[in-house]
Design a protein around this ligand. Structure first.
Ligand code: FAD
Length: 310
């Protein structure tokens, strides 16, 4: 019994895996095989991103539905609103409910490539909060709702403080928990959590962990989101940018180190942006988190401050 208690105490945070819908049928088939292998690691749930341009969005619900139904893993869909018609939002929500999907990461979405700003397709969905409110008013507590948070402030925000206030409004409107944008300095995340607590955000805040595996992609992403990357990391990556194996190893080691710090700081969970790769296995191995049964941790949406579905 003592041994069992020790094991349970050792790791209390859950982990979840994010995937994106590939463009071709063959790649989708490969993704199903990958997900089937990765859920053997017992993530608490998986989530599927929403192709903002609309190109792969049809696939989001299909993949989440199939993985939940046939692989038995709780699945969440991402849904963006500002670049969608109300009809498409309605169709997606009602189809999600029909298919038994109960969790949505409610987002605004980004402007199309090449545009700095964009006009909402439907003026009633300007920001993610509009989608959160709409889901709550149309579906009550049927859906668990996650919202995006930005440890360094969102790139378009007038200020970090104002962005935090908008985050609080999203949570107050019905968001159950926050998943953050990636970051590369644990202290930035920990300060963000403290700042959220100071303004009265009490829900779970889950760090989003990016596993670096490709220099060009990393550079594009960090430039676009205006994220700060420590000089040492950039220098190291510059040196190994043409060596795929070295970059992959670096990404894994870096993520392990960051996750250790986050676990020490008692985060409720770790959200891995897998980019459809399976190197998350190495990270869990490095953290000693390979489990042989499902995690006992509660789903984050059950710990929300809002009245919850059973
Ligand atoms: P919002 O909460 O609407 O915030 C956007 C900006 O508007 C911020 O600067 C905010 O401060 C400001 N703002 C918010 N509310 C108000 C208000 N009431 N008045 C004035 N200003 C306001 N994108 C995809 O296309 N597909 C995905 O699957 C996807 N997954 C993501 C997963 C995570 C965990 C995160 C963090 C982001 C993801 N994104 C995805 C990217 C996201 O769509 C962009 O970051 C987008 O620019 C902002 O989305 P948001 O939901 O945070 O927007």
């Amino acid at each position: 019994q003592e041994e069992k208690n020790k094991k349970q105490k050792k790791f209390e945070a859950f982990f979840s895996f994010e995937f994106f819908p590939p463009k071709t049928i063959t790649r989708i088939e490969t993704l199903y095989e990958k997900i089937e292998r990765l859920i053997e690691l017992y993530p608490l749930y998986i989530d599927i991103t929403w192709g903002a341009g609309g190109s792969t969005s049809e696939k989001t619900l299909e993949i989440a539905t199939k993985t939940q139904k046939f692989l038995g893993i709780e699945s969440m869909i991402h849904l963006t609103c500002s670049n969608m018609t109300k009809e498409k939002i309605d169709k997606t929500l009602s189809q999600a409910k029909q298919n038994g999907i109960q969790n949505i990461l409610a987002l605004r979405g980004d402007p199309p490539q090449g545009y700095k700003e964009f006009k909402a397709v439907d003026s009633s969905f300007q920001h993610a909060i509009d989608l959160v409110k709409y889901i709550r008013s149309s579906y009550g507590d049927y859906f668990g709702i996650a919202v995006g948070g930005y440890p360094e402030g969102h790139s378009e925000a007038k200020s970090y403080e104002e962005d935090l206030q908008h985050l609080k409004e999203k949570v107050d409107a019905g968001g159950d928990f926050i998943i953050t944008q990636m970051f590369f300095d644990t202290n930035i995340f920990l300060k963000f959590v403290q700042d959220c607590r100071n303004i009265g955000i009490t829900c779970p805040i889950i760090p989003g962990i990016m596993i670096v595996a490709d220099y060009a992609g990393f550079k594009k992403m960090t430039d676009f989101t205006k994220m700060s990357v420590q000089k040492e990391i950039m220098n190291k990556l510059e040196k190994i940018k043409d060596d795929k194996v070295a970059i992959t190893n670096f990404g894994v080691e870096f993520a392990i180190d960051m996750c250790k710090k986050l676990i020490n700081a008692k985060v409720p969970g770790l959200h891995f942006y897998t980019l459809n790769r399976d190197n998350v296995t190495k990270i869990l191995e490095g953290l000693g988190l390979i489990q042989n049964c499902r995690s006992r941790r509660e789903y984050p949406w059950r710990k929300s401050a809002h009245p919850k579905r059973k």
